[in-house]
Ligand binder design. Structure first.
Ligand code: ZN
Length: 118
């Protein structure tokens, strides 16, 4: 499968290519946080990664139960905090994404209004 090359190239270093494939296949190449489909386009494939639900920085284990398919933006938003459960982490990530979206929409609306009048 051609997507493997691009996807695996970006799998986080502590996870081997084989381990990465297993997680991505299990999760159907979809980000477990936002649902981004890593198979939908090349751009999506490029941002797919594997996330440690409990981060390695917090002694999270490299265990299939602690690994999920994740897009890089969600991975970045989630950061190295520890959550009570995966559901909690997901709720946090989705909330943050919504805030970012609002800010982005406000900014792009302001830019559009400027260029329309200017
Ligand atoms: Zn995502």
């Amino acid at each position: 499968m051609p997507l493997h090359l691009s996807t695996l190239h970006f799998v986080a270093a502590p996870v081997t290519l084989q381990e990465g494939i297993k997680i991505l296949e299990r999760d159907d190449y979809k980000c477990r946080y936002c649902g981004l489909d890593g198979r939908a386009s090349f751009e999506n494939a490029l941002v797919m990664s594997v996330d440690f639900v409990v981060p390695r920085a917090r002694k999270g284990k490299k265990d299939v139960n602690n690994l999920v398919a994740c897009c890089r933006p969600c991975n970045m938003i989630k950061g190295t905090d520890v959550y009570k459960s995966f559901e909690d982490a997901k709720a946090y990530v989705l909330k943050q994404r919504e805030e970012l979206r609002k800010n982005w929409q406000e900014k792009t609306a302001a830019t559009r209004a400027k260029s329309a009048t200017g």
